[in-house]
Design a protein around this ligand. Structure first.
Ligand code: MN
Length: 334
């Protein structure tokens, strides 16, 4: 990895800083939530004041990880900051591009001190290396592993609360230690967090095993309509707004993890889950097994992610979007 700074560089920069803002990408996943919260706890143990601000709300299933509230761009705590209340550093975690932080960026000018440093801690291979201090390591399965490494550099003990937060982040980004990115480093980090007080069983229970019955009813509908393409090497699942509304009348549903079913079918190498996000707008999530790099596939549509898990936004009719993705997948099946 080029352009990378070391944890020592960040440690030295932190010496001159008292107030730190932490943010992450829109629609924060488990790694994003666990990493921002864990980083806040670690920086506080290091004697720094830290606040987390995220453009979106945190999904219900991750709320148990919050030891205290996080801020939104319109939070009163961030209105009219006095000079002394401004932040001297902003750390973006798990964001492959600065723009991924969303609305937060519109307000940085009034929250930050002049000359404040921007730090980029991430593990996406597609990270565009923004910021004054860059700690990007695509070899790591989760951003949380980099946050844990920072704690080691700072000499900070991991509290049981932070251990739970970082463990949840690793658990989710490795797909419960089942994705291709699961390696000795992620397992050793997880073991270190359990030794520090993380409770794997409770965390898994809260994140994966407490979904509303309507989720399973909708999932049953989706599973019964999966399509196999390319001689069974590609599996496609689609979810329209109408279908979501039939099971979730308020329109809010947590679809995280549904895509994983598409690649659990015997013989399937690439799984595609297309979810309608608005009128003529869709989000495609892809998963792969083995050598096929789905990140490269979604890059054709302006998306990003990892080798075995990636996604992109798309516009058009459902059928048009589906056929464009499916034909791009075909190009990469050997
Ligand atoms: Mn991540």
């Amino acid at each position: 990895m080029t352009h990378n700074n070391s944890m020592k560089t960040l440690q030295r920069a932190l010496e001159d800083v008292d107030r730190i803002l932490i943010s992450t990408h829109v629609n924060p996943d488990g790694d994003a939530v666990g990493s921002v919260l864990g980083l806040r706890g670690i920086l506080e143990s290091a004697g720094k004041q830290s606040e987390v601000v995220i453009s979106d709300t945190i999904t219900k299933k991750y709320k148990f990880l919050m030891d205290r509230p996080v801020l939104r761009p319109d939070s009163p705590e961030l209105e009219n900051l006095e000079e002394a209340e401004r932040f001297q550093m902003v750390i973006f975690v798990d964001a492959s591009e600065r723009e991924r932080a969303g609305d937060v960026l519109d307000h940085l000018d009034r929250w930050m001190s002049p000359g404040a440093l921007e730090v980029n801690i991430d593990h996406h291979v597609s990270n565009d290396i923004f910021g004054d201090i860059v700690i990007v390591d695509p070899e790591r399965a989760s951003t949380a592993e980099l946050v844990l490494q920072l704690a080691g550099t700072l000499g900070v003990d991991i509290s049981p609360v932070v251990a739970d937060q970082l463990f949840a982040a690793i658990l989710t980004d490795t797909g419960r230690f089942q994705f291709g990115n699961t390696d000795s480093h992620s397992l050793q980090a997880a073991a270190q967090l359990v030794a520090a007080g993380a409770d794997p069983s409770t965390i898994a229970q809260r994140i994966y095993l407490e979904r509303p019955a309507s989720f399973y009813r909708l999932l049953g509908n989706l599973l019964s309509s999966i399509e196999l393409r390319h001689d069974g090497r590609t599996c496609v699942m689609t979810m329209t707004s109408d279908l979501i509304a039939a099971y979730f009348p308020d329109g809010h549903m947590d679809s995280e993890g549904i895509v994983d079913f598409t690649v659990q079918v015997e013989g399937v190498e690439v799984g595609v889950f297309i979810r309608q996000t608005g009128d003529g707008t869709f989000r495609a999530s892809l998963r792969s097994r083995g050598e096929i790099d789905v990140r490269v596939i979604v890059e054709a549509f302006g998306g990003g992610g990892h080798e075995n898990a990636a996604g992109c936004g798309m516009e058009g009719s459902l059928n048009d979007v589906k056929e464009r993705i499916v034909s791009e997948v075909k190009n990469w099946l050997k």
